[in-house]
Design a protein around this ligand. Sequence first.
Ligand code: BES
Ligand code: MN
Ligand code: MN
Length: 463
Amino acid sequence: MPNFDTYLTENRHRFESDLFEWLRIPSVGTDSAFDRDVRQAANWLAQKFRGLDLDTEVIETCGHPLVYAESPKVLGAPTVLVYGHYDVQPPDPLELWETPPFEPSVRDGKVYARGATDDKGQMITHLFGVEAYLKTRGELPLQVKFLIEGEEESGGAGLAAFLSGDYDNDVPVKEKINADIVVISDCSQYGPGQPAITYGLRGITHFQVNLSGPNRDLHSGGFGGSVSNPANALCKMLAALMGEDGRIQIPGFYDDVQSPSERERRQLAALDFSETECMSELGVNALAGEQGFSTLERRWLRPTFDIHGLWSGYQGEGAKTVLPAKAGVKFSCRLVPNQDPAKIKASLKKMLEGLCPPGIEMEFHASRGAPGLVLSLDSPYVEAAARAIKQGFETRPVFVRTGGSIPVVNSFASILGIDTLLLGWGQDDDNLHSPNEKFSLADFHRGIKSSCCLWDEISKVDA
Ligand code: BES
Ligand code: MN
Ligand code: MN
């Protein structure tokens, strides 16, 4: 049988130039100023799928379109659904990028660009994996379906509506995208040279709180001390949400949280992890968090409360003695399996209402939220993926959880009843969502090879 390596080696440069072209499209999904570019990214991708003779559609939604493509059904073999996203986070703050975010630049074997790892660079390895398979073997050993969305970073409303709808062009949605297993490459390896299969994701629920006090900014000498200050109130309210011991104080918050099993604690402790290296890499002189848990446990198994943005009052040079009329905050909680976002929302709202001082109006907004999840490792698909990764990365993967969230994995489980393989090719320090996002080109090529081998390995599993 012809082997993939020749094709992969011969096409190395073209895979990279296609990746760079893909990364040059500024598909910032959260900002309507980029709507035309987002559309262009969807069309670019659809063109690539059509180039492989996949049956391809750009599906309109209430938001950015979905790109859907499928190869023919192979009788007696499983069907794989590859999910990914072509939208990217805003590139700000622009001044902190060493090279512009939408002009891919290679330094030290890594490509720097917004979307390099999250998720354009990772997702496209599966398109090239299919290409390499088709070009070396003529046809795929199983059916591959691609469902790539443009709103992952902005809440995924379009995909959620599509998944919960009944029909798409007279085809029942569930039938259309039905598969035996989902594959997603939108997370990280355990470290450089150490690929991983991720079996747990945290969930998330976002909040925004706006406080307003007096009907205008006031002189803090004339009025200070006699009327509630929204900035003071906000600080006090937020401070009450977390105890000195790093425990979140929302009533009932931990009620449904399971304690880690001794077995899992031992497995995590056995992973190679250095607190000192982590501290120096992050430029901090201490790591911190909930008492009684290791750093990896805090990241993967425990829920969090983190403020993302905070605003009020005067931010300019020098002093301005103002009592601001308004204050606001955006924050979120990462959730672990069994925690119910709706229950937490209700409890938090009640708590904040109780903490809000007289003379302040509070507006409270919460996202729909997604629960955390743990995937079963006891599946022939997991073994198949491990064998494919072994061929692509020349090392067997370790099994890890992650602190990040990919809410749609819950929908695939609840709507289609199927499991997901989370096969991340990135690194935790790839600066996703930050300036200077990057992706190792060696890992990009290893990802393509793994993807190519994955089709073979999954086709051997009894569907
Ligand atoms: N790809 C990330 C999720 C991720 C990152 C998983 C790193 C594992 C490791 C995804 O694009 C993302 O950013 N998700 C958001 C959640 C979403 C609801 C906005 C997140 O985790 O903040
Ligand atoms: Mn992502
Ligand atoms: Mn992301």
